[in-house]
Each structure stands twice: as structure tokens, then as C-alpha cells.
Design a protein around this ligand. Structure first.
Ligand SMILES: *Cc1c(COP(=O)(O)O)cnc(C)c1O
Length: 325
């Protein structure tokens, strides 16, 4: 059983803690999409969140929950992507040391971006999995706090504050569509929404290519699957064999989990670009599922746009007019 009331208490506390430390992002009405789909459609603009993704909420909440002594010893993680950026930003804002462990394969520009946010970058291991092992070993040996990207109460509660903001602006929302990878985002948002508005539907969306949570839900337990190249690179990776929170929460709280193809993701990126919103692939999967007609719509619908950190050259290529066949 998921104790929604207890989660709500943690999410509500997180919302107060995050005030002034993260952006309360806008909820934008999408006129053309609403006309096309026949229900009011709104976009929750976490692509405009500081550091370019919602992950700042979880990282900031988890960091703020630590004691001063823990913050002084420092934080570690092993993500070169949105979680790494978010944690580096959160740590600096809260005066904590932050070390990000990366494998030698991580490109120099990503190392530089983390260093520019004030993080210490350590190159370790031969793969990113080994870099994470090194990060966990260092956290044990040096008494530092490893901040996981999704399977952590403080992280989940931080992401849940998005649900709170959606209902504050749109209390009549009937469906919220959420990008789904490790499930910290979907778990937190669904917990907030379902505690406040029990009849609301929440649907998770992943890419067809390498969706570990989707495969785990189908199997009934966490499974590992092969990682494949995808436009939604922020959604790649496993959910952890010893998953503690997000698998059970996602299983209990989501009404459905659907998949989108690479072409559908590109279409989502293009539709957002027409509205002046820059999305990365992982940030576009919810919108993509709506546009592709994969969801049953009944009333006011929100697509959560989770991030905008895309390589500008790739973005240009995706939105360029197609040559006539
Ligand atoms: C991390 C991430 C997600 C997925 O979040 P989970 O909590 O792992 O499910 C979705 N979109 C973007 C842009 C992300 O960075």
C-alpha cells in the first residue's frame, strides 16, 4: 500500500523548502493542439526550469534535507546528464561540496558544463556503470552522501511539487501525461495528484527503444533490458534491481504506461518548436503520445514537458523542413 497522505506531507514540505530555489514553471494553454484533440490541452513547462529540467526540484529537496555536517562532507553522484547538472546547481546554491564521477567516455563539453556549475569532476572506471560504483565506494569511504537520480524519498517528494503546481493552476485537470524512466518524476507527481484529486488519471510515457520501467511493469518486478540509442536519451538506463520506492509507486499509482516511437518523439519536438518551446527527446514523449493519439482523452489534459537540454545541432536537424519525397 502506498501511503498517499504521508507522501503528501513530504511533498507539501518540499514545496515550501523549494520556494525561491527552483522556478515555479508556467502552465501554458496550447490552442491549436486543443482544437485538434478536442479537449483543453496544457503544457507544464519544466523545460524552462533552471538547469533545463525538473531534476532540479528533487536534487534541491534532497540536498536541503541533509544536515549541515553532511553537506560539509559533500555530495556525490555519477550522472553526466540532467541529474548531474541539477545536483551541481543545488549543491552550490546550498553551500555543499559536490563531486560528479564520470567515465572517460563522457565528452569534454559535458565535463566542462559540470565544472562550470562548481562541481568537482572525477574521471573513474571504464564505463558509466563503473563510474557509479566508484562514486558509491567513495561515498562510503569518505562519508559523503550519494544522491540517487530517482529512487530516493527526498528526490521523489521534490518532483512531486510539480503535481501540486498543476492543480493550483488547473484544479479541473482530468489527465496528466508524464515522461517515465526510473519513475521518480511519475511517482512524485502521481502521489501529489491522486492525494488531492483521487479521480485524476496519470499516464507514464517512455520510448519504445529500451524502456526498463515499462518492461518491469509488464514482468511484475524490476528487470534489466538492453540500452538502445534513442532521441530520448534522458530516459535511458535501468530502474535498479533493488528498487525501493519508485517501482511500487509507479505500479500502484499510474493508470497506464505507453510507448512512443522515435518518429513520434521527433514529431513532439517539432510541435513544441512551433510554440517556441525547445524540448529534448525525453522531455517530448508525453506530448508525442498525445499527438500520436495514443491516449483516451476526456477533459482538461496536461502534458508535462520535462526537459530542454538537447544538442542545438540535433534540434535544428529534427525541426528542419523535410525535403519533398
Ligand atoms: C530524468 C528525466 C526524466 C525521467 O525521470 P525519472 O524520474 O527517471 O522517471 C524525464 N525527462 C527528463 C528530461 C529527464 O531528465
Amino acid at each position: 500500500m502506498i501511503d498517499l497522505r504521508a507522501w503528501w506531507t513530504e511533498i507539501d514540505a518540499a514545496a515550501k523548502r523549494l520556494e525561491g530555489r527552483v522556478l515555479q514553471t508556467g502552465l501554458r494553454h496550447a490552442d491549436d493542439l486543443s482544437a485538434k484533440l478536442g479537449v483543453p490541452v496544457f503544457l507544464k513547462l519544466e523545460n524552462r526550469q533552471w538547469t533545463g529540467s525538473f531534476k532540479l526540484r528533487g536534487a534541491t529537496n534532497a540536498t536541503a534535507l541533509l544536515s549541515e555536517a553532511e553537506r560539509a562532507r559533500g555530495l556525490v553522484t555519477a550522472s553526466s546528464g540532467n541529474h548531474g547538472r541539477a545536483l551541481a546547481h543545488a549543491a552550490r546554491a546550498l553551500g555543499a561540496r559536490c563531486t560528479v564521477f564520470l567515465s572517460p567516455q563522457v565528452p569534454q563539453y559535458k565535463r566542462d558544463a559540470l565544472a562550470a556549475l562548481g562541481a568537482e569532476v572525477r574521471i573513474a572506471g571504464r564505463s558509466q556503470d563503473e563510474a557509479e560504483d566508484e562514486a558509491r565506494a567513495a561515498s562510503n569511504a569518505e562519508g559523503r552522501v550519494f544522491v540517487p537520480p530517482f529512487d530516493d524519498r527526498g528526490v521523489i517528494a521534490g518532483q512531486g511539487t510539480i503535481g501540486d503546481e498543476i492543480l493550483a493552476r488547473l484544479p479541473e485537470a482530468e489527465l496528466v501525461v508524464v515522461p517515465l524512466s526510473g519513475g521518480g518524476l511519475a511517482a512524485g507527481v502521481a502521489a501529489a495528484l491522486k492525494q488531492r484529486r483521487p479521480g485524476i488519471r496519470v499516464i507514464g510515457v517512455s520510448m519504445e527503444r529500451g524502456a526498463a520501467m515499462h518492461a518491469s511493469l509488464a514482468a511484475g518486478h524490476p528487470v534489466e533490458i538492453e540500452e538502445l540509442p534513442t532521441l530520448a536519451d534522458a530516459l535511458a538506463g535501468g530502474i535498479g534491481r533493488s528498487n525501493r520506492y519508485t517501482f511500487e509507486m509507479v505500479r500502484a499509482l499510474l493508470d497506464d504506461a505507453v510507448l512512443v516511437s522515435e518518429e513520434e518523439i521527433a514529431e513532439g519536438i517539432r510541435a513544441a518548436a512551433l510554440l517556441g518551446e525547445v524540448l529534448e527527446g525525453g522531455g517530448a514523449v508525453g506530448l508525442a503520445a498525445l499527438i500520436a493519439g495514443k491516449l483516451l482523452l476526456s477533459g482538461p489534459t496536461v502534458a508535462l514537458l520535462s526537459g530542454g537540454n538537447i544538442d542545438p545541432a540535433l534540434h535544428r536537424k529534427i525541426i528542419a523542413p523535410k525535403a519533398p519525397a
